[in-house]
Design a protein around this ligand. Structure first.
Ligand SMILES: *Cc1c(COP(=O)(O)O)cnc(C)c1O
Length: 435
């Protein structure tokens, strides 16, 4: 499969090139040339297929023959080695738990898939690739874990000082080896801007092969469509129309869900649930896309003022505003509404939702499910990732899972930076790359 740049000013590339490059040379995001719907029989028979078969069938057209079937299936077996349950909240609402991976965030799936693809494409080469990534919280940890010890790959993670939780910070600063953390004095958008500048800086790109592990990278973005299919499989027996509510920041996750829909998966509606970072909500109201500086909230992984994947969503609807509005809504909620929702979910069902999941739940409430509809909100992180907020809001103690205990008393190791020049120097200094 070929991928083209959405800025339409760069050559088409193969899947492998799109993964290795991350962003196209014209700063555009890569997008598949064609999305061919899967046969209706796939969706009819999905309940008799296992997750690996489902994932393989769905991703095959994007990878093409660049990874042979046996290797791709073994990558998928490795990546999808945990559960994706839909847990009942009320009669017509369930939550798709995406936090059973090693860092307890949904980003484990994309990060692990990308790491293994890069490892595969790099297997016969002695060249090093530097994965440069900006994180608003969970990307850093998932990428750090996914790439830890992967041959030929160095990882440099930028995160905003004081804007990620303690556990998130530990997950990305304590691994060592090929994983380096840079703590940026600024907000997430500053981190993302620095990363984008580095990709365009020839002083750096002439010396290091850089790639991105944000959801702008197709290997991070596309595998996220798998669990929408798993949720469809699990809830098919209900015989209801599905409405997905996805807590959204950079809009990569929901965009992958829309790709699953393009592949033929029946979905009634998509709700992009956001915190007060409401650029897309305003766009749907006014038709004007006006990015803003991000505002800090308790659902910090969604503190994004200029969601990088929204352009892909527009492309999936062929830039037709009315078509987009038919299938897609976006609602915004503030921190106090989010806390109230966490309490409501807990008293209704005993379920402990994290702030991001609670925003997703609010989106379903605001959408107003009809009788024949079943709403699924994605629980994008385990509540322990946002321990302080969850414990104080619900006045309860969260049991700390083993995966998290491992990092709790390890020492944080990072380099503090404030300006782009410091990132540049860091990347150009060979001694920073010694493991
Ligand atoms: C990254 C993240 C999101 C937002 O996902 P996008 O794909 O950027 O929209 C939501 N919740 C959590 C917990 C996250 O880590």
């Amino acid at each position: 499969m070929e991928f083209y740049s959405l800025n339409k000013n760069a050559p088409n590339v193969s899947f492998a090139e799109a993964v290795v490059k991350g962003l196209a040379p014209d700063r555009g995001l890569y997008f598949p040339e064609k999305i061919t719907p899967l046969p209706a029989s796939f969706f009819e028979n999905i309940t008799s297929m296992d997750n690996i078969e489902i994932a393989y069938t769905a991703i095959k057209q994007f990878v093409g023959d660049e990874i042979p079937e046996a290797d791709l299936k073994s990558i998928l077996t490795d990546v999808l080695s945990f559960d994706f349950p839909v847990v009942k909240i009320t009669e017509n609402i369930g939550t798709l738990e995406l936090f059973h991976g090693p860092t307890m965030a949904f980003k484990d799936i994309g990060a692990r898939f990308m790491a293994r693809c890069l490892e595969y494409f790099n297997k016969d080469s002695d060249e090093h690739v530097t994965v440069l990534v900006a994180t608003s919280g969970d990307t850093g940890g998932a990428v750090a874990r996914g790439f830890l010890g992967v041959k030929g790959v160095d990882v440099v993670i930028l995160y905003p000082n004081g804007k990620v939780s303690d556990i998130q910070e530990r997950q990305l600063t304590t691994l060592g080896k090929n994983i380096k953390a840079l703590r940026v004095n600024g907000v997430f958008d500053d981190c993302q801007d620095m990363v984008k500048s580095a990709f365009l800086d020839e002083d750096i790109t002439s010396k290091r092969a850089l790639t991105s592990a944000n959801s702008i990278n197709v290997a991070r973005w596309l595998p996220q469509l798998f669990y929408f299919l798993f949720a469809y499989k699990e809830t098919k027996k209900l015989g209801k129309d599905l409405v997905f509510s996805v807590p959204s920041g950079n809009f990569g996750n929901i965009c992958a869900g829309i790709v699953a829909h393009k592949l033929g998966m029946p979905v009634k509606h998509f709700v992009a649930s956001v915190n007060v970072n409401d650029t897309v909500v305003n766009y749907l109201e006014t038709g004007k896309y006006e990015p803003k500086a991000s505002i800090a909230t308790i659902s910090n992984a969604m503190d994004v003022g200029n969601p990088s994947n929204f352009i892909r969503i527009q492309q999936l609807f062929e830039n037709n505003f009315d078509d987009l509005k038919k299938d897609f809504s976006s609602f915004s909620f503030n921190d106090s509404e989010t806390r109230t929702a966490m309490q409501e979910i807990n008293s209704e069902s005993g379920y402990i939702a994290d702030p991001h999941g609670a925003v997703g739940y609010l989106g379903l409430k605001k959408y107003h499910l009809k009788n024949n509809e079943y709403g699924i909100f994605l629980e994008t992180a385990h509540p322990v990732k946002f321990l302080d907020v969850v414990e104080e809001t619900l006045n309860t103690k969260v049991v700390i899972p083993e995966q998290i205990k491992e990092v709790l008393d390890k020492e944080k190791v990072f380099t503090a930076i404030s300006k782009y020049e410091e990132l540049k120097n860091y990347l150009l200094t060979d001694s920073n790359y010694k493991n």
